[in-house]
Design a binder for this molecule. Structure first.
Ligand code: NDP
Ligand code: MG
Length: 396
């Protein structure tokens, strides 16, 4: 049976990698729907090559898309708009698989809609889980949705855990089935060896040039500040039901080992591979079976040296801010995430320097009132309020 797929964020880095896999396996997967936000010409290419039945764009882009399609002589798919459109293609009966690859908090409601509708949800949009962790995990248990990690580290951890681990009831933050510790690997980003004064001068162009991965701008900056690892720490705790002290961050500059799981008998299992997101995407699409990809097998002789270091949390404070946010709980991870989104956007617009990103996040966390995160309303309110607070700190 052909599986139908909705891709939220088809014009992004993960969206495009997902299309590569679909193109390789047209007998197994078909694009049903796709969303884009600003890149309409790229969306037209997707429509040309994959003929989705439905596309979703912001209301203000709909006319522009229509005219581009008219010019190119392509059949016009159904065009839905805004959040309601995203929720519709996440939960439609016609859809089997949802790739959640919108960046940032904008992905929360559509991702949650896919989980509530019981889909196979390929989770790239880590911010949505950081914000709504308990609600999303409970929704997956209630609906029977398969929430499968695409983030390379979490996908690696998932591959190294016992097969049924994701379906276990959480055990008060304790690892289960003989697992003792998760080793979450980090490349360390492009500025791992910079000193404090060099860090203060880095530009958005430098920050967006990751040594091992090609990614969207926001996650590239997050990788450079180590906030990406902080968000991933929270993501891992929710996905695998763990207290944060069971997740150790290990800097591994080569990005060949994508993470590891340690067991009580002294075993450490690792997943290795060339750094290409097509591998975890293919894994999550086909699990528990396997799909071929164009990613070459790892040449272990060419990667004879693998290094491991402790993260430098003085130079890169975001990691500890995220740990702290998870420990506090409730809406604090939402506040951390919202402040980070505002700070990264301001850095990309050259309104603040690189080292001000953690300062804005820290100040916002300290100035914000947090609450429990039992309802979506509490989470959305905290997200909104933290953005207002964070903007007040965007001064040089
Ligand atoms: P990109 O910036 O490349 O793509 C983001 C996508 O989201 C684009 O399709 C963009 O549309 C769309 N989008 C942006 N803003 C909005 C909005 N407000 N509403 C609706 N859609 C929006 O990001 P990536 O593909 O790199 O990352 C996507 C997610 O996956 C992130 O959460 C990231 O953390 C995660 N991830 C990414 C990895 C990677 O290797 N890239 C690895 C692991 C996780 P448009 O382009 O048309 O404006
Ligand atoms: Mg990752």
């Amino acid at each position: 049976m052909i599986q139908t797929v909705s891709i939220l964020g088809v014009t992004g880095s993960i969206g495009q990698s997902t299309l590569k896999i679909l193109q390789q396996h047209p007998d197994q997967y078909q694009l049903y729907a796709a969303s884009a936000y600003s890149r309409m010409a790229e969306l037209v290419d997707v429509i040309r090559n994959f003929s989705p039945k439905v596309v979703v764009v912001p209301q203000h882009q709909a006319d522009h898309l229509q005219s581009l399609l008219k010019q190119s002589g392509l059949a016009v798919p159904e065009i839905l708009t805004d959040e309601a459109g995203l929720i519709a293609i996440s939960s439609a009966n016609e859809v089997d698989v949802v790739m959640a690859a919108i960046v940032g908090a904008a992905g929360l409601l559509p991702t949650l809609a896919a989980v509530k509708a019981g889909k196979r949800v390929l989770l790239a949009n880590k911010e949505s889980l950081v914000m709504s962790g308990d609600i999303m995990m409970q929704a997956a248990r209630d609906s029977g949705a398969l929430l499968l990690p695409v983030d390379s580290e979490h996908n690696a951890i998932f591959q190294c855990l016992p097969q049924d681990y994701l379906s276990l009831e959480p055990s008060q933050g304790q690892p289960q089935k003989g697992v003792s510790q998760i080793l979450l690997t980090a490349s360390g980003g492009p500025f791992r060896q910079f000193n404090a004064s060099e860090l203060a001068k880095v530009t958005p162009e430098q920050a967006c040039k990751h040594p091992n991965w090609s990614m969207g701008q926001k996650i590239s900056v997050d990788s450079a500040t180590l906030m990406n690892k902080g968000l991933e720490l929270i993501e891992a705790c929710h996905l695998f039901g763990l207290a944060e002290h069971f997740v150790t961050v290990v800097v591994h500059p080569q990005s060949i080992i994508h993470s590891m799981v340690q067991y009580v008998d002294g075993s450490t299992l690792a997943q290795l591979g060339n750094p290409d997101m097509c591998t975890p995407i293919a894994h999550a699409l086909a699990w528990p079976t396997r799909l071929s990809t164009h990613v070459p097998a790892l040449d272990v002789f060419a990667h004879a040296q693998l290094d491991f270091e402790q993260p430098d949390t003085e130079k890169f404070p975001c990691l500890n801010l995220a740990r702290q946010a998870f420990r506090v709980g409730g809406t604090m991870p939402t506040i951390l995430n919202a402040a980070n989104e505002i700070a990264v956007e301001a850095f990309l617009k050259r309104q603040i320097g690189f080292t001000q990103i953690p300062q804005v996040v820290d100040a916002t966390m300290q100035a914000s009132l947090h609450s429990s995160a039992d309802t979506l309303e509490q989470i959305l309110q905290a997200d909104h309020d933290a953005r207002v607070v964070a903007r007040q700190y965007l001064v040089n």
